[in-house]
Design a protein. Sequence first.
Length: 615
Amino acid sequence: MQVRCLTIDNFRGIRHAELYLPEHAVLIGDNNVGKTTVLEALDLVLGPERLSRFPPVDEHDFFEGRYMPEEEGEDEEDEQSEQDEEDIEEHETDNDEESVEFLIHIEVVIIGLSGEQLARFGDHVEWWDENTNEFYDEPNPEGVDEEQIVHALRVTFLGKYNAEDDDFEGNTYFARSLIEDDTPSKFGRRDKQVCGFLYLRSHRTGTRALTLERGSLLDIILRLKEIRPQMWEDTLAELASFTVAGEEDHGISGILESISLALRKYVPEDWGAQPHLRVSNLTRDHLRKIITAFIATGDGNHAAPFYRQGTGTINMLVLALLSQIAEDKQNVIFAMEEPETAIPPYAQKRIVQEVRNLASQAIFTSHSPYVLEELTLDETIVLSRDSDGELTQSEVELPESVKLKRYRQEFRTRFCEGLLASRILVAEGATEATSLPAAARRLEELNSEQYASLESLGICTVDAGGESNIADLAQMYAGLGKRVFAACDCQSEEDEAAIDNEVDALFMHNESSMEKLVLQEAATTALDRFSDLLEWPQHIIDRVDPKAEPKKALRKYFAWSKGNWGIADFLAQCNEDEMPEWVRDTCASLKELCETSSDEDDEDLEDIAGDDDDE
């Protein structure tokens, strides 16, 4: 079983999204782009325990917090409430945008159904064309025999604000019944358990994994094995017979008896007789929440609650429980948030490998190169979201100058960080890639009003590995919806035009190398000071005296340390007016461009809000 298509409308930060997922996938993108929201949307539709929360959605689950029209009079509110009721009752046959503006709508298309699932959902099963990513609805029945036509189940979650009850409500339905039936059929908890969707949150799943709370991993395993522990009555009876502080020397029993004697002055003797203390007034639900597995720590026999173990140990315990679930269920979807949390690189890779093998579909979110490199380019989905809440997906398409072998070899050092950032500075070579971030950090220290570090601007610097690769890499990152800048030495008119065509801004100086630029434009005082600070390599001072000819010596030093932080170290000790003018201008322009972009995004959001108010 696999989720093939996911459509989201008006849920959290996503106004609209239509995503197509491969067999296994990793969702990447900038922070707050909507990765977690995508997994939460899947959980709303497929999670067996998600709808047991009351209410299932709240104000903050609606896009921009808009779950009802602005108050302009009671008649309009009543009219909108009635309209919302009609939206569900008429099963969304009306596609007018205003009729669903305040309705959370999430639809999932599931393929790869097992025999058990086909038997259970038979009346609601449709046909899906894998080539076109659309439902097959041709009048030719023989067409379903084609290899690309597969069984599919469509499920829809609808959430809204009920003005009459002054509360939020939501439920999941078989999508076909919303269209074809007078009374929609609910996709209930038992149906979801048959589907087998598990959402593993990085900071939440582990805290109750080895408890007996409903929906915990241990509870899921017990239900899959059809084990119903007949322990509640015995445990409750044993606790009921356990008296606390019953001995006279504790002093409590005497006080309770005196209270009982005082009570008899006012009521019959059989009222309030034999007062004593017990552990608690526990019920089954209380026990479910407090029964917790204990695990021995260190070399001794002392045991502590499992959740008091190290975060990495807890995560590996979760993985062990997952393997048990997958072995029992055989057809399960794992959605896992950031498997790298508190886990060393080798274990991250092991988790991804195991989950892929265990699950019929694995969906990850991650910021780790060790996780990302375990999935192929086709399985890497780059998410981007515009200021209007439109979430889109992109696939990584390598330019001709970057072969797959090179991409894999240099993934951690060159490509991964760029995929995870929203702004990219493509630097011609290693010298520019190390020196510009160092210069920006130094300038921010000296004058934060005019400059900012590239890290604080959200800019990732990528070494293009040569001038011939700049345009291709810029095109690749721009195609993923990222904002791209470039920095390079003087280029021919043709090469300059090719690069400029692919980037938002090109920063090109007039020298043939970064070393020449620094020696030409940097202040002599800074060059002399840096020369005095250096521990000169013997092979340089054998040829030239740094004291007598500092520029000549530094030219040889910069050439020898090219790509090894030589220029970066020099710029990091300069004052603002000592740095090359091109470096200062580039850093100032990047700050201005990024801050202008952020301001424009804020204005767009304000315009949208203003338009909504006008409406």
